[in-house]
Design a protein around this ligand. Structure first.
Ligand code: BES
Ligand code: ZN
Ligand code: ZN
Length: 500
């Protein structure tokens, strides 16, 4: 698929398909408006009949419409003029892309100037347009024997503002973010046999190839042992696959500037270990590396966007399986920072591998640490698949997270993290237990466990993407119905921007 911004008057173009937009009126009896005046006139009967109502995401297709250089015309609803936001544009672009695809054409034009009347919001909407189209174009069919070839579609986003510096830069940024999210989604969608810790690390190396100022270092099992990462090693005990610790370093600012640090859970398959999970639905645990994949994506995006910041991405990666050497309930391991923990449930493994990654992050004395992890089933119970729950005790970072999420359009929800939760994680025989002694609040107690590995005074936020890491397509039309979403990549990039 190829997407570009064309600086042109739409009427001068020749293309098999054209997407124009419709806006509904805030007055009840007033007709909706099609954003191209000549097409509006031609479609008056449909507007009068309310076939075109302008409702958000409404799609009306006119095959063989033959308007100037265009054969087919697609009318996509934007909703009411004053209710159009960058998120609603992203969703309208999902409708546009699906309609283009259904027409079976290889080329289409999108009448961008119809969305924004003037310059206001133009850059914002250009970014959302690129994101919406590219995110919707994602398919994961490489494992189907017959369906490997998807038809290439060239989509031109056409605007008279196509040469405007801000609009161009915003479109380009949206395109980078869209393609990076799709890169991370693919890593998530690959099944456990094709996405091992080694393959995840190789993918980070491969993805970073040719990107300036981005370095990837991968530690193997021997090095992980030498580096005293007892949590990561302890979980990987039960697997025949070697663990990996992935370090991505991007230098976009002076060497003296402290980095911002992103940490991800890269559990390539989680069967629960000896505290084994029920069989039904276990196949979904191939997605347990989505936090890691999305941290890899975040670093790729930051580097591709050439942000003036130093950033580090850390991904701890292993399987959680059951061979004869697997960690047993009651086993005690020592994390990199010297703290000991009892493994009272081998299925609470994400926090163990993140313990080492957060300890290592702390040693870098970063300006802040954020992590992403499919950490707890309790998160899915609490927030379902709409919001990513985040935990932080730093109010300045909380403000940054909220601002970032407004910019990215991703939904986040602040969750509690208190000393009570910390108390619940005390161990009987070791410093800590990996499961709570209290009742409920499983996501907060997991966060409290993680907190024990973050250096004092370092602003830190933990994002539990258990509910949003995959299968959110029923909510967000530009996400796959069943597959990985790439959650928090766009928000993390927005957080990084606030440190430039
Ligand atoms: N990877 C799971 C969490 C998960 C479950 C994510 C379902 C998405 C959907 C994690 O490793 C896990 O199993 N956590 C346990 C912790 C419990 C044993 C304290 C859980 O949530 O049940
Ligand atoms: Zn688990
Ligand atoms: Zn897990």
């Amino acid at each position: 698929m190829a997407f570009n911004l064309l600086n042109k008057d739409i009427d001068t173009l020749t293309c098999p398909a054209l997407v124009v937009f419709s806006k509904s009126s805030s007055q009840k009896d007033k007709l909706a408006k099609v954003t191209h005046s000549e097409i509006h006139k031609a479609l008056l009967p449909s507007l009068e009949e309310k076939t075109i109502s302008g409702k958000h995401q409404e799609t009306v297709v006119f095959r063989e419409f033959s308007f100037k250089g265009f054969r087919h015309v697609i009318v996509v609803g934007l909703g009411k003029e004053n209710e159009i936001t960058h998120e609603s544009v992203r969703q309208s672009m999902a409708s546009a892309y699906e309609a283009i695809k259904a027409l079976n054409v290889t080329e289409a034009a999108v009448h961008f100037d119809g969305i924004t009347a003037g310059k206001k919001d133009a850059a914002d909407f250009a970014k959302a347009t690129a994101e919406g189209l590219i995110l919707t174009s994602y398919v994961f069919n490489e494992l189907m024997s017959g369906k490997k070839e998807t038809k290439e579609i060239n989509v031109h986003v056409v605007s008279k503002m196509g040469n405007d510096k801000a609009v161009k830069a915003a479109f380009n940024e949206g395109a980078i973010l869209g393609s990076v999210v799709n890169f991370s989604r693919r890593l998530g969608d690959l099944p456990g046999n094709l996405m091992t810790p080694t393959i995840l690390a190789d993918s980070a190396v491969e993805g970073a190839k040719g990107i300036a100022n981005l370095k990837v270092t991968v530690w193997d099992k021997a090095r992980i042992k030498k580096e005293k990462m007892g949590g990561l090693l302890g979980v990987s005990n039960g697997s025949d696959q070697e663990p990996r610790f992935i370090i991505m370093e991007y230098k976009g600012a002076a060497a003296s500037k402290k980095p911002v640090c992103f940490v991800g859970k890269g559990l390539t398959f989680d069967c629960g270990g000896i505290s084994i999970k029920p069989g039904a639905g276990m196949e979904e645990m191939k997605y347990d590396m989505c936090g890691g994949a999305n941290v890899i994506g975040t670093l790729l995006a930051i580097a591709k966007l050439k942000l003036k910041v130093n950033a580090v991405g850390l991904v701890a990666s292993t399987e959680n399986l059951i061979n004869g050497s697997a960690t047993k309930p009651g086993d005690v391991h020592t994390a990199r920072n010297g703290k000991t923990f009892e493994v009272n449930n081998t299925d609470a493994e994400g926090r163990l591998i993140l313990a080492d990654a957060l300890s290592y992050a702390t040693e870098l004395q970063p300006q802040m640490i954020v992590d992403a992890a499919t950490l707890t089933g309790a998160m899915v119970i609490a927030l379902g698949n709409t919001h990513t729950g985040y935990f932080t005790r730093n109010s300045a970072l909380k403000t940054k997270v909220e601002k970032a999420a407004v910019e990215s359009g991703e939904w986040v929800w602040n969750m509690p993290l208190t000393d009570f939760h910390v108390k619940d994680m005390k161990g009987t025989y070791a410093d800590l237990s990996n499961i709570s002694s209290g009742k409920g609040a499983g996501s907060a107690t997991a966060a409290a466990f993680l907190e024990q590995f973050v250096g004092e005074g370092i602003p830190w936020a933990h994002f539990d993407i258990a509910g949003t890491g995959w299968a959110v397509g029923n909510r967000l039309p530009y996400c796959p119905k069943k597959g990985a979403s790439g959650a928090m990549i766009r928000t993390f990039v927005e957080i990084a921007k606030q440190y430039t």
